[in-house]
Design a protein around this ligand. Structure first.
Ligand code: LLP
Length: 391
């Protein structure tokens, strides 16, 4: 099946006949549904007792939260704002997990008052503060401890989270000591399990295998000292194909879940959780942008378009490469730097890519922008917020 976002004629008509303003984000509802469905199916084929918490940070649009709810998913949040957004969209509090290294008092209070499923705690001090605030409210807070397993996620260093010089999580040795000697003092804390998340855009299956092996060891160690674990949360991180989005619109969820279901020895003794973000939504979104100017310097042909780092910061921030097409029907091929209008030299969306000869008022499509695009957008240079459409 060809999804509408990959049909250039459809997209061109959608923008020009409907007089849509560019730049804009377009999401393909069928692809979104098929992706959520594929994830749900693969999860349940591999486990009897596992849950996905959609990592809302990837895209907070209510329609996507709605879809997560349709597939019985919970929500993974990293701020009070995200918790409130999930609740506004009728996600039951019992399906909400809350991670983040720097939870404020207000955020902790929101989570306590709403009785969310679990805090994923990232420092011992945080557990002390949650205990104190829960005591003041006469509540018991359920917590998982986020372990930093010191695993190289083999991804861009800005989105790698599971090594000792990353700010995330607590070392296992510290956790084990804490559970044995200190946990008992915290009367308003209920320890329910371990949480892991080693990074994002992970394409190498061996990373998930290493994670599973490490979790096996941690689980066994705690079991041997009599500490009961009810929940294991493997986090998210499954990467997508940014090079060929139309050939690989839906990632191989089966392969991903199978890694854990084959490798995790205790899969039938605990509840298992995943926090997928990008893999559920990235391929379903595109940015459509209009070409403002062509400029040829001594060295380079620049295509200056009306979308920039304010709509998609990933190339500037992580040197990410998104597939880009021109909707020009010119037969000549030229090499271009595709750049945005922002007053920053890093506002480059792609360098030296071949496109059909493209001119002012031709349209440019940037693919795989359903995740970490709109949510990371800004109004820098006082630019208006780009609209989002679902087709
Ligand atoms: N769980 C936790 C605790 C996380 O920190 C994240 C992502 C996820 C789950 C979801 O990971 P995913 O399945 O989406 O890989 N802005 C960056 C990505 C940052 C990811 C942050 N944490 C980018 O555009 O590549």
């Amino acid at each position: 099946m060809t999804y509408k976002i990959f049909n250039n004629k459809y997209i061109k008509d959608f923008i020009t006949l409907d007089n849509k303003n560019t730049p804009c984000y377009i999401y393909d509802t069928s692809l979104l549904k098929d992706t959520f469905h594929a994830a749900y199916k693969a999860l349940n084929e591999n486990f009897n007792n596992a849950h996905i918490h959609y990592a809302i940070k990837a895209n907070t649009h209510p329609k996507i939260i709605e879809l997560a709810k349709e597939y019985s998913m919970g929500i993974d949040c990293v701020s009070g704002g995200e918790i409130l957004q999930a609740l506004d969209n009728k996600i039951p509090p019992s399906n909400i997990v809350f991670a983040g290294v720097g939870k404020t008092n207000q955020e902790i209070d929101i989570a306590l008052e709403k009785d969310i499923f679990s805090f994923n705690c990232e420092s011992i001090q945080e557990i002390e503060v949650i205990n104190e605030r829960a005591r003041n409210k006469n509540k018991i807070a359920s917590i998982c401890i986020r372990i930093n397993p010191n695993i190289d996620a083999k991804t861009h260093h800005y989105i790698s989270t599971g090594q000792f010089d990353d700010k995330f999580g607590i070392a296992f040795s510290t956790t084990s000591e804490f559970l044995q000697s200190q946990l008992g003092e915290f009367k308003n804390i209920k320890f329910i399990g371990l949480h892991y998340h080693v990074g994002s855009q992970i394409l190498d299956r061996t990373v998930f295998e290493s994670l599973t092996n490490t979790v096996n060891k941690h689980f066994e160690t705690l079991l041997n000292i009599g500490i009961k674990i009810e929940h294991i949360n493997f986090g998210g991180g499954l990467g997508i194909d940014y090079t060929n989005p139309s050939q690989n619109p839906i990632v191989d969820f089966d392969n991903y879940f199978e890694t854990f279901s084959k490798g995790f020895k205790f899969k039938n003794s605990v509840q298992i959780h995943f926090e997928l973000g990008r893999s559920l939504v990235a391929q379903s979104g595109i940015i459509v942008s209009n070409v403002l100017f062509n400029k040829t310097t001594h060295l380079t042909n620049f295509l200056i378009i009306d979308a920039g780092m304010t709509e998609l910061i990933r190339p500037a921030l992580y040197q990410a490469k998104h597939h880009i097409e021109s909707l020009s029907i010119n037969k000549n091929i030229k090499k271009y730097h595709v750049v945005g209008p922002i007053c920053e030299s890093s506002d480059i969306l792609a360098k030296n890519i071949e496109l059909p000869e493209t001119n002012r008022n031709d349209l440019i499509v940037i693919y795989s922008t359903g995740a970490y695009a709109k949510v990371l957008s800004s109004q820098y240079n006082l630019r208006p917020s780009a609209s989002e459409y679902f087709i």
